[in-house]
Design a protein around this ligand. Sequence first.
Ligand code: FES
Length: 115
Amino acid sequence: MANITFSNPNYRDKTVYAVAGSHTETILSIAREYKIPIEFNCGDGECGTCVIKVSSLDEKGRMSSFLTDKEKVVLKQVGKLTAEDIEKAEVSDIPPQWRLACQFIVRDEDILVEY
Ligand code: FES
């Protein structure tokens, strides 16, 4: 079970805790289900509007997770991902801090999502 804490400095009193119902849901779909106002536009990994910062709240640390090709391209375009970050993710299983909410599939870990 994944526990997700959504936080935004503009809504300090509105930290929302959510649980992923399956491991096929994106952060964006969970946010929409819980009425969390993560900005988004295309919903398909092409615009970069839905950039989020993901940190671990789990003692084990972040689990690695797959970056789609679209996500790599867009995160690089918006300055949130470097070639070094991609190499760390692909070679050493160290997940990048910034993700696209519409592409990031929740895994079985407790995370903080800043949007
Ligand atoms: Fe466009 Fe996620 S909403 S990249």
